[in-house]
Design a protein around this ligand. Structure first.
Ligand code: 2AL
Length: 247
């Protein structure tokens, strides 16, 4: 199967790192096609960044219609543009936050999220509510590590995340840790070994869920509100992103 992996930010090194992590867990017959928007923020660390990232995700899903991915994974923890992407394709579309919450809730009665900038905690907290995981998510914790600083992944960074995770496990009385950024995918193995609890990387679980749904022949419903966007003229720089009338 062909799996479109979209990094919603525009950092090419981060796209490459996420793609490597995804390929490592993917089945041998899964081809990962990793991409990123042609515009937008280098990292997504707030509501303003997210607004552009969502449009960038829509752009990439629309472009991919020319070759038809079997599944799509959005690799940013705010799941920007998730529902827009679902309108734009009949393939299954998985956001890494949604996938991680589902996986964590099957492995522990309660989980904690450890993320990057404290200001982004509200984004994860609202997703917890939107997806209905208020009873399983026992806390969302910021580390104030900038997304692009995760790229170096050195001991200082890992140590900070490990410390925040240990505090969360104890304070929240939770049994699993959800990594709150796609850039943490490279740290999952080390953190799992050090913490001794399930550590969930949304990128890895989203890839495996996407493979499962695709193998079962399941895709996004086109009945109701996930139907293809209405034909409409888009103007300005977004002109190519509108849905033309069928000819
Ligand atoms: C993210 C993420 O996963 N990628 C990005 O640029 N920002 N989310 C986050 N909470 O830091």
């Amino acid at each position: 199967m062909k799996l479109l992996l979209i990094n919603p930010n525009t950092s090419a090194p981060m796209t490459a790192a996420i793609a490597k992590g995804a390929q490592a867990v993917a089945s041998s017959n899964t081809e990962i096609i990793a991409t990123q928007p042609s515009f937008g923020p280098l990292s997504i660390e707030g509501h303003y960044d997210e607004a552009f990232a969502a449009a960038g995700v829509a752009e990439q899903v629309k472009l991919a219609a020319s070759w038809g991915p079997d599944a799509v994974v959005l690799a940013c923890f705010g799941d920007p543009g998730l529902e827009a992407a679902r309108e734009a394709t009949s393939a299954p579309v998985l956001g890494i936050a949604e996938a991680a919450f589902h996986a964590a809730s099957m492995l522990a009665t309660g989980f904690s999220v450890v993320t990057t900038m404290t200001r982004t905690c509200i984004i994860a907290e609202r997703l917890v509510q939107r997806y209905g995981f208020e009873h399983q998510c026992r806390g969302v914790h910021g580390t104030d590590i900038a997304v692009l600083d995760l790229e170096d992944g050195g001991e200082e960074i890992i140590g900070q995340i490990e410390h925040a995770a240990r505090e969360a496990l104890s304070r929240d009385r939770s049994g699993a840790i959800v990594l709150g950024c796609a850039g943490m995918t490279t740290l999952c193995h080390t953190l799992t070994q050090r913490l001794g609890v399930p550590v969930i990387d949304g990128v890895a679980v989203a890839v495996k869920f996407a493979e499962a749904l695709s193998a079962l022949g399941l895709g996004t419903s086109k009945h109701g509100d996930y139907a293809t966007p209405l034909p409409k003229v888009y103007t300005g720089w977004a002109a190519p992103l509108g849905w033309p009338k069928a000819r």
